[in-house]
Design a protein around this ligand. Structure first.
Ligand code: HEM
Length: 377
């Protein structure tokens, strides 16, 4: 029988074949063998989870759960209740001591990880609030421009999400809206904002803290065990990825009491330590040494934007936020100002646009949501 290839051709084919085998083995080890070994160790201790697929792990399962939560939320779109993150106990054990252990052990080992490196010097000068910081002498007009026809809101996505939730909560809790407004007017008294003024906005700080508790824009932080370790009585093998569910910790009734799901900024009247015990159960900006590098900047931004919106006057009227259900956009909750001139739409947890009803010109925002919308009513 005649050979399919000559020996010379076989030799030429050998390197790509070996390369393919090596590549396949590498992918197999990384994607399957190694995670499967970790899973086995965890399974043997009673920690189980859904069966992963070879290429995508549990991502399809996570998408399915997300979809379920979303459609459940859509079904109750007509109600005025806020979206509550799904609370499930699967795979969660003793959250409090686990988080403490993670802060003490794993976070440290991340110190030299350069995967999310930032120019700390540059950020430091912005964040720590030097006297020449960006908000040291800002006026309302720096944020609300164009004679109030359009509102420009630029910033980190997490910050704009928080601003959106703050406005939503103030719109549905009028008592807190007026408390925050009175405070802003009393303290600002028409002066340009500076760090001294911002520091005195205690009520607004409490509102922001409570918003970050109920609706943390980062719903979890992730850590990898760089060594074998013990966590909540379970042996965690090196290489295990662990997610700390911030949103769940923030609504744990054993920490926050029976009113865990309620909007109550008063719980922060004595700071974070007074609001929850242990205080590390409140972690909207993450935990340990890799905590958010922009948290001070974010708080400053939020206070500036919210105090300006709360105290801004337009044609002798103050802006006022109210809940409003938009029929055309179905599950979209909106906020409308009393003179019908402004509307803020909040959709999928984000401020989608600020627009005027009069000229419907749309707005510019951090997410480039400049799309014009014909459906506003
Ligand atoms: C309300 C607004 C914000 C929230 C809720 C937030 C939340 C978070 C969270 C949860 C982490 C992960 C921390 C961890 O793994 O323990 C993080 C990391 C980070 N954030 Fe933010 N963030 C916000 C705004 C910002 C802003 C405005 C900036 C920059 C100007 C920023 C820059 C960073 C950086 C650089 C990291 C990585 C830090 C590191 O790994 O060392 N964040 N943030």
């Amino acid at each position: 029988m005649e050979l399919l290839f000559s020996s010379q051709q076989w030799l030429a084919l050998l390197p790509p074949i070996i390369l393919c085998i090596l590549l396949f083995s590498y992918v197999y080890i990384i994607l399957w063998l190694r995670p499967e070994r970790l899973r086995q160790k965890l399974r043997s201790q009673g920690v189980r989870g859904p069966k992963p697929s070879f290429l995508f792990g549990n991502i399809p399962e996570m998408r399915r759960i997300q979809q379920l939560a979303k459609s459940a939320h859509e079904q109750e779109a007509g109600s005025t209740d806020m979206y509550l993150p799904t609370r499930s106990n699967r795979g969660i054990w003793n959250l409090d001591s686990s988080i403490r252990t993670l802060i003490l052990n794993i976070s440290k080992k991340y110190e030299h990880d350069s995967s999310t490196s930032v120019n700390k010097d540059l950020l430091h000068s912005i964040i720590q609030g030097s006297k020449d910081g960006p908000f040291a002498s800002c006026t309302p007009e720096d944020f609300i421009v164009d004679n109030c026809k359009n509102i420009y809101f630029a910033g980190h996505e997490t910050t704009s999400t928080t601003a959106a939730w703050c406005l939503m909560l103030l719109a549905s809790h009028h008592e807190w809206q007026s408390r925050a407004r009175v405070e802003s007017l009393d303290i600002c008294q028409g002066r340009p904002l500076d760090f001294d003024i911002l520091r005195k906005l205690k009520k607004l700080t409490m509102v922001i803290q409570e918003t970050l508790r109920l609706y943390p824009p980062a719903s979890f932080v992730a850590r990898e065990a760089l060594n074998d370790m013990k966590l909540g009585g379970i042996d965690i093998p090196k290489g295990t990825n662990i997610r700390i569910p911030i949103a769940m910790a923030h609504r744990d009734p054993s920490v926050w009491g029976p009113s865990a799901d309620k909007f109550d900024p008063d719980r922060f009247a004595n700071g974070i330590a007074g609001a929850c015990k242990p205080p590390h159960m409140y972690m909207p900006f993450g935990v340990g040494v890799r905590t958010c590098a922009g948290q001070n900047l974010a708080m400053v931004e939020l206070k500036v934007v919210l105090s300006l919106l709360l105290s801004k006057r337009y044609k002798l009227q103050r802006f006022h936020f109210t809940m409003y259900y938009h029929w055309a956009l179905n599950r979209c909750r909106s906020i409308i100002f009393p003179d019908n001139s402004y509307m803020i739409s909040i959709h999928d947890d984000k401020i989608e646009k600020f627009s005027t009803l009069k000229n419907r010109t749309g707005i510019s925002s951090a997410q480039n949501n400049t799309r014009l919308d014909k459906n506003w009513r």
